[in-house]
Design a protein around this ligand. Sequence first.
Ligand SMILES: *[C@@H]1O[C@H](CO)[C@@H](O)[C@H](O)[C@H]1NC(C)=O
Ligand SMILES: *[C@@H]1O[C@H](CO)[C@@H](O)[C@H](O)[C@H]1NC(C)=O
Ligand SMILES: *[C@@H]1O[C@H](CO)[C@@H](O)[C@H](O)[C@H]1NC(C)=O
Ligand SMILES: *[C@@H]1O[C@H](CO)[C@@H](O)[C@H](O)[C@H]1NC(C)=O
Ligand SMILES: *[C@@H]1O[C@H](CO)[C@@H](O)[C@H](O)[C@H]1NC(C)=O
Length: 441
Amino acid sequence: MKTMRRTHLLLLIIPLLISTSRTLNCHDDDYEHQSHSSNLKIFHVFSPCSPYRPSRPPLSWENALLRIQDEDKARLLYLSSLAVAGKSVVPIASGRQIIQTPTYIVRANVGPPPQPMLVALDIGNDVSWLPCAGCVGCSSSVTFDSSMSTSFRSVDCQAPQCRQAPNPSCNGGGACEFNMTYGGSAINANLSQDTVTLSKDPIPNYTFGCIGKAPGTSLPPQGLLGFGRGPLSLMSQTQDLYKATFSYCLPNFRSENFSGSLRLGPVGQPVRIKTTPLLKNPKRSSLYYVNLVGIRVGSKVLDIPASAFAFDPVTGAGTVFDSGTVFTRLVEPAYVAVRNEFRRRNKNSNVTSLGGFDTCYSGPIVAPTITFMFAGMNVTLPQDNFLIRSTAGSTTCLAMAAAPNNVNSVLNVIASMQQQNHRVLVDGSNNRLGVARELCT
Ligand SMILES: *[C@@H]1O[C@H](CO)[C@@H](O)[C@H](O)[C@H]1NC(C)=O
Ligand SMILES: *[C@@H]1O[C@H](CO)[C@@H](O)[C@H](O)[C@H]1NC(C)=O
Ligand SMILES: *[C@@H]1O[C@H](CO)[C@@H](O)[C@H](O)[C@H]1NC(C)=O
Ligand SMILES: *[C@@H]1O[C@H](CO)[C@@H](O)[C@H](O)[C@H]1NC(C)=O
Ligand SMILES: *[C@@H]1O[C@H](CO)[C@@H](O)[C@H](O)[C@H]1NC(C)=O
């Protein structure tokens, strides 16, 4: 019943067109057999290969957008909450259930014998977790059964990892438990270790949360891999293997055959790629900050006060790349400048709004490119990365919005729609982030 309800909620997020032709072979082609083995597929949650894909025709385009925008709000609150040192306590915007967008998923095997899980990829989060067998409140019927694994163990509360976990405590048996909030969801988990295999690389003794309780909540159903920058993240735990380096290409959620790739480690990464320095903000140390210095619409550099982009270690302000937010959010003066220039170029058409999008048109529009100017790297986005089009009607919206006007949310977030069909490289050993156009469909 619970699973049913989840499926229905997911149905509401369905972006646009999910084609009926499902010709993909989803099971025997998860890894690219190339010169290196640490390449794995990334699926959009609505990919033909995803168990979360809708089994019924989607609701209207408008509803889908409204739903995604709601989820983005929860995500922004979550990112903001990371500023509260050591805790992630999140004010919940509304009383209803919010699914924290598990927009992109990858396959992972846990144990031997391998238990396959489809986990969300989250670059804004450190600690990973799986719903464990017997979990009270978890929505997934697929859970990780630790009693079946020969390499599973729980982490002792004296272990250094326990102190790195959010809100750790010691249970009666001397094992480490932790609590955290993700989106609007509370998680109570045992800190555990097991072998996690991504692609072909086994990661022994990988530390993650085995969720025992997730009361009344909704989370990525089969768990999450944290690719953030903190000590418990996957990249920190695999420092020797992957050198804090990974890249991904997110497929467009409109394409019928959407799978992108996640490439772990320095081998096989693009060498000719524009990069910008990665900044570490102590206020939100999990997040990948970069220095956004300006925005260009077409060839016009917009007049935006520098304060809109300022990196501030005290308040946590700045610009981050995130995989869990769908639409880019810019602080108000920056968004207004982009929007006004966009509207100026379409002044002969009537502006309408749709959900949280305030710059929509019916009928053809003049669409310039949009360039994010980072320190040392300009990224020019083609239309597919910032226009969202109705397939049924003819409405087109500028798919970005102003960041909520709340003191805690002083973040510009470069979100997944704006990253689609680009390779985003996080080169942790050289402290830089790269972006290159790549069609991963
Ligand atoms: C999916 O897209 C890739 C890349 O364009 C293509 O090579 C492949 O044949 C497609 N697969 C199917 C089943 O359409
Ligand atoms: C963690 O959550 C559980 C269940 O919700 C609660 O009983 C426990 O007191 C919490 N522990 C801490 C340290 O907050
Ligand atoms: C994993 O942990 C076990 C138990 O502490 C230890 O014996 C083993 O050497 C560890 N393996 C690796 C690869 O660190
Ligand atoms: C942690 O593990 C212990 C022992 O297996 C169990 O009694 C407890 O309920 C677990 N706690 C959580 C939060 O899963
Ligand atoms: C980015 O574009 C701006 C404005 O067009 C230009 O002045 C600047 O040199 C470019 N930066 C890089 C790194 O190419």
